[in-house]
Ligand binder design. Structure first.
Ligand SMILES: [Zn+2]
Ligand SMILES: [Zn+2]
Length: 387
């Protein structure tokens, strides 16, 4: 039996160094140049076959194991956020206005750590492991173009796993859930076109601001009145712009927002539902509109059998009592695209503790010991699926 616990502990300094090196050089979506070069160089030094420049900055390292068998993909995202870091850490961002505030530095260090350790025991495993690093998880999404570039084939990926550091569950715990874990996430942009004019003469105008507020209200009725309350949905208007001063009726209003659902049928129905409301409200008030609806990420579905493998392996790492079934989240993740193409499981690595900053916060940080539990879980999952 392989002692992964010991092996991972022996690599603690390395895993910490990888995380800190990457934390120093955060790069937002599709600008992950130094990051992908670092990752590709590291994988190359492990003797893996490395492919770079996939979907602009994506990297895949292929590890061929002892004999023929299935292929496991272990996925990390690489992108940072346009946030100015305020942690005061000695290894804080050296890139002005960019920060790994979503923990993707930790994700990369775990996948690189797993590659290092699995490389040492690869004669005990069959098949292949692909270590995948994608751009732009925070949007517009790197997974789809990575798949279009062929990462799920040659060799064909049978299983995909990945994780996200997760402050909503306690540090040292691991959250695993079969079924739908995260929601489908889309974006819409609406422009209302009325007729501007004098603030004292509404009868000569079509007030785009007023029509727009009715559209916002009517959109809220989708979730509250059209949907089965047992099937959670969200419609959020996150931005509304209209008007410039107190005595002018605005001729235009613009808004944008997002929809969320776990249900693929509802997911596909959003564009028509939203258009129907916008058309109805604008039509009744004599305004015109432009609507752009863009499907984002699908709902994220973990298959039962792989989730069970991850659950068992996580229990071997942190103990049965610290493997918990997390709440579903209406947040989206483009890991969902890989899970449409293969079996697999995306899980949460607990980093929550008293007073910790949330994801995307300029003070977000994590306890690096947690990264060891992530690496060990990946290694055990690989052994279980390919051993
Ligand atoms: Zn994020
Ligand atoms: Zn993230």
């Amino acid at each position: 039996m392989m002692d992964f616990t010991k092996l991972v502990r022996e690599h603690k300094d390395l895993i910490t160094k990888l995380r800190r090196d990457l934390h120093l050089i955060p790069e937002p979506a599709y600008t992950e140049k130094k990051t992908s070069a670092y990752v590709a160089d590291y994988l190359g030094r492990q003797g893996l076959e490395v492919q770079t420049g996939i979907a602009q900055t994506g990297v895949v390292g292929l590890m061929k194991l002892a004999g023929p068998g299935k292929t496991l993909m272990i996925r990390s995202d690489m992108d940072a956020l346009p946030v100015t870091e305020a942690t005061g850490l000695p290894f804080a961002s050296t890139h002005q206005g960019a920060m790994h505030a979503c923990g993707h530095d930790g994700h990369m260090s775990m996948v690189l750590g797993a590659a290092t350790i699995l490389n040492k025991v690869k004669d005990k495993l069959n098949g292949n492991i692909k270590f995948l690093f994608q751009p732009a998880e925070e949007g517009p999404g790197g997974a789809k173009p990575m798949i279009e570039a062929g990462v799920m084939e040659n060799p064909h990926v049978d299983f995909s796993v990945g994780c996200h550091v997760w402050p909503a569950i306690p540090e040292g715990s691991i959250g695993v859930k079969a079924g739908y874990l995260m929601a489908a996430m889309d974006r819409f942009d609406i422009k209302i076109i009325g007729k501007g004019g004098h603030g004292a003469m509404p009868h000569l105008c079509i007030d785009a601001l007023e029509v727009g507020t009715q559209v916002v209200n009517a959109l809220q009725r989708i979730a509250s009145r059209q949907m089965n309350p047992l099937s959670p949905t969200v419609v959020t208007v996150g931005s509304f712009q209209a008007g410039s001063t107190f005595n002018v009726i605005p001729g235009e209003a613009e808004m944008c927002g997002t929809t969320r659902t776990f249900d693929r049928e509802i997911w596909n129905s959003w564009p028509e539902r939203i258009e129907k409301i916008v058309r109805g409200v604008c039509g009744s008030m004599g305004a015109e509109y432009e609507l752009k609806y863009a499907q984002g990420y699908p709902p994220l579905l973990n298959d039962e059998s792989t989730a069970e493998v991850v659950r068992r392996c996580a229990a071997d790492v942190v103990g049965e009592e610290r493997v918990i079934e997390p709440e579903q989240t209406m947040g989206g993740e483009d890991m969902a695209f890989y899970l449409e193409k293969s079996k697999g499981c995306f899980f949460f690595l607990g980093v929550g503790r008293e007073g910790c900053a949330p994801l995307h916060n300029p003070k977000f940080d994590l306890n690096e010991d947690v990264l060891l539990t992530g690496v060990e879980t990946y290694c055990r999952v690989a052994l279980e699926l390919l051993g």
